[in-house]
Design a protein around this ligand. Structure first.
Ligand code: ZN
Length: 422
């Protein structure tokens, strides 16, 4: 609601010649998918997308063979920048976070659609990035998540350019950095808080394989928790508070927390470490904890419970030894993805459903943790769509992409871009 009100204010300032003019965003009609299919240039473009899918798969492999470890997406970003440029997009640039942005003008001022996919992978620099292909199966780290999304972006741009389709609203195509893990959505955070702040009407991320439509953004909080103390000899210094023991107490308390099944809310201690040797009272012990929920309030409640568990574990261990070798605990946030959701009835979701049905494809409304989380948390209409095909082993080095009928995903993304840029 706040956002709608803002748009109205902008309309009244249209006569300020220096301002970028904005128009109120109208919802796509309920049958936008079948309407689009009746337009001859659209029909031609869809046929072309199907016949050129093999070339798109080549591009998917080409981009994926360029490593893009967390925080080191630069080389793949440069390759995407060149592709955007050669396809005829304008004002192609890399922002200070490392996102690649490219513009396609509309015939009107709005709605402004951002159509994106993420550049980064979960794989570190030590992982060999090699793609193989056997029949319809493409295999290699990141081939589905999210080299598929990047390829689909290129397919959509090419189809628009070749068919010379003009959309009323401008489209900014973006390859984002920092979607995975500790990247913590830093790419979209820059996108929505940087130069495009307040100028994005609709946001779509194409992420991974399949045909799902993600409209619920699962939020997450991640901590690295470290207990510290004096440390000493296990026998000679017995009687000192022990960071490893405190960590154990904390884990036991977290393991016993009760969380709702609906909205789904979860906790996980994913990594632990610390200690010096079997006969030493360690001076340090740490763990990494991941908390998730599709509901903001439930996540906040869980977070509060975890904080209490950590503080209680610390007190318990210090009290046990009457504060000898008194411990401290530090909690460093290593991830904060806001939860968000767009109603299944919202125009952006309905547009995605409409184009999916128009192509005769099954509709699946999902939840997930993606770049769209940030947009959703800001109240901006946003969804994440799968890019077609099928994936196995996502986030593993044996990741595959089955390209059987994957053109359906490219076609669907293309129709959705058209539906949302008008
Ligand atoms: Zn992804």
């Amino acid at each position: 609601m706040v956002r709608l009100a803002m748009l109205v204010v902008v309309v009244f300032t249209l006569f300020d010649a220096s301002a970028r003019t904005r128009v109120p965003v109208q919802s796509p009609p309920a049958d936008v998918g079948s309407q689009l299919l009746r337009e001859p240039p659209v029909k031609t473009a869809l046929d072309r997308l199907k016949s050129t899918e093999p070339q798109l798969l080549d591009e998917q492999i080409r981009l994926c063979e360029i490593p893009a470890p967390p925080f080191k997406e630069g080389r793949r970003a440069e390759a995407l920048r060149q592709s955007f440029q050669s396809l005829g997009l304008k004002n192609v640039r890399i922002d200070r976070a490392g996102n690649v942005l490219a513009e396609r003008a509309g015939t009107a001022a709005g709605p402004h659609l951002v159509f994106s996919a993420h550049l980064d992978t979960v794989f570190g620099e030590d992982v060999a990035i090699r793609m193989t292909r056997a029949g319809s199966i493409l295999k290699g780290p990141g081939i589905s998540d999210d080299c598929r999304g990047l390829a689909v972006l290129l397919g959509v741009v090419r189809a628009l350019e070749e068919a010379q389709i003009q959309t009323p609203g401008p489209i900014t195509f973006v390859g984002t950095v920092g979607e995975e893990g500790l990247g913590d959505l830093r790419g979209v955070k820059e996108l929505f808080n940087g130069e495009l702040k307040g100028r994005i009407d609709r946001f779509v991320s194409v992420d991974g394989a399949g045909l799902g439509i993600t409209h619920i953004g699962v939020g997450s909080l991640r901590y690295r928790v470290t207990f510290k103390g004096a440390g000493g000899h296990s026998y000679g210094d017995f009687g000192l508070a022990n960071p490893v023991h405190a960590l154990g107490r904390a884990m036991a308390r977290i393991a016993d927390l009760e969380v709702p099944t609906l909205p789904k809310t979860t906790f996980n201690v994913g990594r632990v470490g610390g200690g010096t040797s079997v006969n030493a009272i360690s001076s340090e012990a740490w763990m990494e904890v991941d908390l998730r929920s599709s509901d903001r309030a439930a996540l906040a409640t869980l977070d509060a419970s975890v904080q209490k568990a950590l503080d209680a574990a610390l007190k318990e261990e210090n009290d046990r030894w009457e504060n000898r070798g008194r411990l401290t605990v530090s909690k460093t946030t290593v991830g904060n993805r806001p939860a968000g959701r767009v109603s299944a009835d919202a125009p952006i979701v309905q547009a995605a459903v409409s184009v999916t049905r128009a192509l005769g494809l099954p509709v699946s409304l999902d939840e997930g943790s993606t770049d769209s989380n940030l947009a959703m948390s800001l109240g901006i209409p946003a969804i994440t769509i799968d890019g077609g095909g099928k994936a196995t082993g996502t986030h593993s080095t044996d990741e595959t992409f089955d390209s059987t009928n994957s053109w359906q995903g490219t076609q669907r993304a293309f129709l959705l871009a058209l539906a949302l840029a008008r």
